[in-house]
Design a protein around this ligand. Structure first.
Ligand SMILES: [Zn+2]
Length: 356
């Protein structure tokens, strides 16, 4: 006899049922909140399918239609248990397919799926919910870095690029990744790194939308840059190299790389801008002090974090290892999904000698 596999859990079973193993069938009665069938019912699977059909106000369906309806109804039930708004579109399609099943019409599928895939997706989602709750309760300022890394790694399963090809899995995995970045990285690891949090937030585009380029001109960010050693040292060096006996000078893309590329070591700037280019327009005022117009440009690219370590002052920067390895790998997958997107950042400000 041909081996039968349960359409829900995909485990082999040998019982008279056409779709489900006995364990799964029992669970389905509970899941759908149907009361247990009376003892005299010989085929509890057929009975379940009939109950589902009746619940959907469909009578006299043949066995094929009744069983197809049951699978769609069960799938819908699992999807309803997942708190993912972007699944609504898929749920509506399944609902439409359910409504279209009748004695007189053929089964039309607006969306096709295997119940086993939906069941696996639901199990992934339950595991995700459990771990994200734990991650929400972590104090990222105090946690040991190794322990933090293990926690984060336990979420690896949502960064599975192979799930991208199935439309229903894609939506669910997209949503789980989106939540991960929002809750764990922006709301956790980057809580006190305002600029990094802001740039990642902008990168997490809304579903199907392109992120816009970002212009940053706020005093807080500018002050962090002005206070950084990298910025101070660069300005000193530029004055020395280009400013001797001059009234003005301009540093733009024509200057050597070493004079325009910026690597910040301070943790917020390090995570936010990592291969930034800085252009300068310098001019002496009446008192002989240098005035500067500064423009820093960078492409925000979370998948580019693998080089962080080279620039980081590791004593000050916690999580550099995690960001440059585990989270960087997650970022690459999220980029594939379109959860994280690249965009250009520009920071503009003016400052002068004495303020630096
Ligand atoms: Zn089963």
């Amino acid at each position: 006899m041909e081996e039968k596999r349960c359409v829900l859990c995909n485990k082999p079973y040998n019982y008279k049922y056409a779709m489900f193993g006995r364990g799964c069938l029992d669970n389905l009665y509970a899941l759908l909140k149907f009361s247990k069938p009376p003892r005299f019912i010989w085929n509890k699977e057929s009975y379940l399918c009939t109950q589902i059909a009746w619940k959907n106000h469909k009578f006299f369906l043949n066995k094929n239609k009744k069983y197809a309806l049951a699978q769609k109804y069960i799938a819908l039930n699992y999807l309803d248990r997942m708190n993912i708004e972007s699944l609504d579109d898929i749920k509506n399609k399944i609902l439409k397919d359910i409504n279209n099943i009748s004695v007189f019409s053929n089964i039309v599928e607006t969306i096709s799926f295997s119940l086993n895939d939906i069941y696996k997706l639901f199990n992934y989602y339950e595991k995700f919910e459990e771990i994200i709750k734990e991650l929400q309760n972590i104090n990222w300022e105090e946690i040991d870095e190794k322990i933090a890394e293990n926690f984060i790694k336990s979420m690896s399963f949502i960064f599975d690029v192979t799930k991208k090809s199935d439309p229903i899995s894609y939506v669910a995995f997209y949503s789980m990744q989106y939540t991960f970045w929002q809750v764990v990285v922006i709301g956790g690891i980057l809580t006190n790194k305002k600029l990094s949090a802001r740039l990642l937030t902008n990168s997490l585009s809304l579903f199907g939308k392109e992120p816009s380029d970002m212009l940053i001109e706020d005093d807080e960010t500018i002050q962090i840059i002005i206070d950084s050693e990298a910025f101070k040292n660069r300005i000193k060096k530029l004055i020395k190299t280009y400013g001797e006996d001059k009234e003005n000078f301009i540093i733009n893309e024509n200057n050597p790389k070493e004079d325009i590329l910026m690597h910040f070591e301070e943790s917020d700037l390090l995570y936010a801008l990592h291969d930034a280019t800085m252009f300068v327009k310098a001019k002496k005022d009446k008192e002989g002090k240098w005035n500067f117009e500064i423009e820093i440009v960078d492409t925000y690219d979370f998948t580019d974090f693998k080089d962080l370590k080279e620039y980081a002052d590791s004593k000050k920067s916690k999580f550099v290892d995690i960001l440059s390895t585990t989270l960087n790998n997650f970022g690459v997958v999220s980029y594939e999904y379109g959860v994280i997107k690249k965009y250009d950042v520009k920071i503009k400000f003016e400052t002068k000698e004495g303020e630096i």
